[in-house]
Ligand binder design. Structure first.
Ligand code: ZN
Length: 348
């Protein structure tokens, strides 16, 4: 591995502009979590559905969560408005537009089919709508995009197997498999067989671990599920042996500071461990998780975290570089993104 370049220092006043200008990849964003109340209302109207709230403003007011579960309850209610392939296409395009404004040049979207098949939709409707948006993303939004299907971990492994079988005819439209939803009480090893099957089918593997759950879940995501990337993973900071392992094996962590704040994983951003993770040499990245619900898209995550922790240009460069290195794009494409990143830091 070649050493990371040293970049010129940038004054704190100019940091927000640098964070906005730098190209970056977003690797931890659940597409259903980008559904803004206004779009939720528009889709409900298009599909002639009634919502539990009288207005988009009332939905926003309901976005106060105590923990992961209280968020998941309202999140699942919001997914009920998605009915057609076009709905999924439009939702993804709305996210791409916002991501483009934040200079995201590559994204690997999380989605699930189990929520929607549970509402009577077919997996094809979900995957085809999202995939068509990903195919249009380079021309329409100047970014590349891929899809990662997440199993819902509060459901059974049997249900995950069923989900995997349903998407087999759509195999070429999905780059990877992940594991999301309520972490506590649902350790990664619950899904060991279905992840082994997904690995056999050639999917790239990731899993949420160590968000609210213990560091031991990160160990089992690595050693039992054999994932390549850990989503969140902030609880690794409680286990120095695990930290060494993550550094040594260059396992990327897709960290989501505003999500952590909103779900009270940290009492304030000034106590967030992302700075310490970088100091330790961990391949950490910054992402928005469920931006419509957690108070901001990727740049908001960057600017608020950098202000709270007083991070500088070197950390900004490292995080952007990590995001491309952690992605599943091929080496040629990666080099092209990193070249653009370097060009911004050369001239800023
Ligand atoms: Zn997540």
């Amino acid at each position: 591995m070649k050493p990371v370049r040293t970049v010129k220092p940038v004054s704190p006043e100019r940091m927000p502009a640098l964070l906005r200008a730098m190209p970056k990849a977003e690797l931890h964003m659940h597409i259903e979590g980008s559904l803004e109340p206004e779009q939720m209302f528009a889709l409900a109207q298009r599909n002639q559905l009634a919502l539990a709230w009288p207005s988009a403003a009332a939905v926003r007011e309901a976005y106060v969560f105590d923990n992961l579960q209280s968020f998941l309850d309202i999140y699942h209610a919001g997914t009920l408005v998605l009915k057609t392939e076009q709905d999924f296409y439009d939702m993804a395009c709305a996210y791409f537009q916002r991501a483009q404004a934040d200079n995201v040049t590559h994204t690997e979207l999380f989605f699930d089919t189990q929520t929607h098949t549970g509402h009577g939709l077919s997996a094809e409707v979900v995957v085809n709508g999202l995939h068509r948006a990903c195919m249009d993303a380079p021309e329409k939004f100047g970014m590349t995009a891929a899809l990662i299907l997440c199993f819902l971990r509060h459901l059974s492994e049997e249900a995950a197997f069923e989900c995997l079988e349903q998407v087999q005819p759509l195999r070429d439209k999905i780059v990877g498999i992940g594991l999301a939803s309520s972490e506590q009480g649902h350790p990664p090893e619950k899904f060991s067989k279905v992840f082994a099957r997904a690995r056999h089918l050639g999917y790239r593997l990731v899993a949420h671990a160590g968000e609210e759950g213990p560091a031991s879940y990160i160990w089992s995501a690595l050693d039992v599920l054999k994932v390549e990337r850990i989503d969140h993973g902030v609880q690794s900071m409680t286990d120095s042996t695990l930290m060494q392992r993550l550094v040594q094996d260059r396992i990327p962590l897709t960290v989501c500071p505003l999500s952590n704040l909103k779900l009270r994983v940290y009492p304030s951003l000034t106590q967030h461990s992302i700075g310490r993770m970088l100091d330790a040499g961990m391949v950490a990245t910054i992402n928005s998780d469920d931006p419509a619900y957690f108070g901001g898209y990727i740049n908001e995550n960057f600017t608020q975290t950098f202000a709270a922790l007083q991070l500088g240009a070197q950390q900004a460069y490292q995080l952007a570089l990590n995001s491309f290195n952690a992605s599943f794009m091929d080496a040629t494409e990666r080099a092209r993104h990193i070249e653009r990143l370097d060009a911004v830091f050369d001239t800023f």
